[in-house]
Design a protein around this ligand. Structure first.
Ligand SMILES: NC(=O)c1ccc[n+]([C@@H]2O[C@H](COP(=O)([O-])OP(=O)(O)OC[C@H]3O[C@@H](n4cnc5c(N)ncnc54)[C@H](O)[C@@H]3O)[C@@H](O)[C@H]2O)c1
Length: 296
């Protein structure tokens, strides 16, 4: 990097944070805390979330709205969002003191429909003039079956939704991030199942689909780093959501006993880590897998 371009990349004095801001401050300045108003803030950012009917997707959408996002586009398959989503949309709209507009928008697409996702991403980009955050919260686990006889069509369907769906979403919205040249953060919800043995749960395609996502994040991070687009994966352990509720309600101690904290996680416990990964607070983090409440 030349001396000139190096100098050009230095932050303006008003952008200084942390110790550098403290050292440059005049004795008469009254400094303001910046950790939550700047580093963790999503003010004016535009986000897209898949799987936002409930579970991690909906928690994420609300967290982003609270953190100041201008708009959070929630992608779902049904023509109409469920009443739970509408209630959260209304709650976000009425929230007092949130950092920004915090608008939740519902848009329809199946994550396996690449063409539809590309069209949707272009429309959102045209409307908002920016696209900053993309998080894939969709996914599902197939019925358990022995690996030696696993039905190939079920295996393929799981890969199509979990892995290819995540890829299509990241490609469509990643293109918009590149288009507006502001950088961005892509977060794939993977699973601890992508890298540990789930001894008594015979869902091989789910585990494979999540392992692929972890590596997809690393590969995309390497290619998209020069465009300032960060790509990470987030791997939850056992947490109570629509996907796991039936099992946890039936056998509350089985997974809880495998966790160092002695319990399964709650969906709202994803709020902090997704906001951190979406925001500038994680500006030097890319190509990594972050494990949340793992039992490994
Ligand atoms: N709950 C856990 O313990 C846990 C642990 C690790 C990873 N995960 C992962 O977290 C993610 C979110 O799951 P959750 O636990 O919130 O469960 P969830 O069932 O509440 O969410 C899954 C969402 O994906 C959506 N979806 C599925 N197929 C789709 C498609 N083809 N197009 C569009 N949307 C589709 C569903 O409608 C649903 O809203 C999933 O990828 C899951 O594998 C969950």
């Amino acid at each position: 990097m030349s001396a000139e371009s190096k100098a050009m990349s230095l932050p303006a004095p008003e952008d200084l944070v942390g110790v550098e801001a403290a050292l440059k401050a005049l004795p008469t300045d009254v400094p303001k805390p910046m950790l939550f108003t700047r580093d963790f803030s999503l003010t004016d950012r535009v986000a897209v979330v898949t799987g936002a009917y409930g579970g991690f997707g909906l928690e994420t959408a609300l967290a982003f709205a609270e953190a100041g996002a201008r708009a959070v586009y929630c992608i779902g398959r049904s023509p109409e969002p469920p009443s739970k989503w509408k209630k959260v949309q209304d709650y976000a709209a009425r929230m007092d003191g949130k950092a920004g507009e915090g608008r939740l928008e519902y848009v329809v697409a199946d994550v396996t429909d690449k063409a539809k996702l590309e069209q949707l991403a272009r429309e959102i980009g045209d409307k908002e003039g920016r696209l900053d955050i993309c998080i894939t919260g969709h996914g599902g686990s197939p019925s358990p079956s022995e690996c030696l006889d696993y039905p190939p069509e079920v295996f393929q369907k799981t890969l199509d939704t979990n892995t290819m769906g995540a890829l299509y979403v990241a490609q469509a919205f990643g293109k918009q991030m590149a288009r507006f040249e502001r950088g961005g953060s892509i977060i794939f919800i993977a699973s601890m199942a992508g890298s540990v043995t789930l001894k008594d749960i015979h869902v091989m395609p789910y585990n494979v689909s999540k392992a692929a996502i972890v590596q997809m994040a690393r590969s995309m991070a390497c290619e998209l780093g020069p465009r300032k687009i960060r790509v990470n994966s987030l791997s939850p352990g056992y947490m109570y959501t629509g996907m796991t509720a039936a099992f946890i309600d039936h056998s509350p101690d089985v997974w809880a006993s495998q966790n160092p904290l002695g319990r399964t996680g709650l969906s709202h416990e994803i709020r902090g880590v997704v906001t951190w990964l979406a925001s500038d607070a994680s500006s030097f983090c890319t190509g990594s897998e972050y494990v949340v409440l793992s039992s490994r």
